[in-house]
Write a protein that binds this ligand. Sequence first.
Ligand code: DC
Length: 204
Amino acid sequence: MSFTVAIDGPAAAGKGTISKAVAAHFGIAHLDTGLLYRAVGARVLDGTDPEHAAQTLLAEDLDRNDLRTPEVAQAASKVAAIGAVRAALVDFQRAFARRKGGAVLDGRDIGTVICPNADVKLFVTASADIRAQRRFDELQARGLATDYDTVLADVKARDARDMDRTEAPLKPAEDAVLLDTSALSIEDAVQEAIAAVAKAKEPS
Ligand code: DC
């Protein structure tokens, strides 16, 4: 039987860590849909047309080792505003969501557009300052040269682009459980997410 968990939210709110932990806890598959947009963005930086890049995306494009760079993140956010790019990625995401045994998908429009009938929807957020600090710590730990103000400006630019676009803008689904991780440890945020999913799994 399929059981779909939709987890949306802005950059660096903690949804990646939460999604992986939820998937591991319930023994279900996980798809980080941001990686699809990052892979398209990376191919566009290589000179490919965005729509063509999305329509011809291959599994190995998701294995590139440059997908987590700030440049690719910005490129991903830009290609994500193009309707034809989004349309080319819909079927793959919906098929993944229907996997037997269940699936967790995280992104920006999973609860609103890709899986409006998901069994449970979470909207994970945190203040821009806290998200920038987390992303800055992560980039530093990976040895990438950067400074906090640049990271904060990047987070805000991506928020604005992701929320203000006409195609599938980032916003909580009406029936999403809101999870603000600003004042939570990652362990507590994960526990809250697991509790929300467990509640949805209970027979009503
Ligand atoms: O989750 P992420 O930071 O890896 O996502 C990178 C970009 O991809 C993000 O800025 C917006 C876009 N994206 C999207 O528009 N829809 C999704 N479901 C996932 C990501």
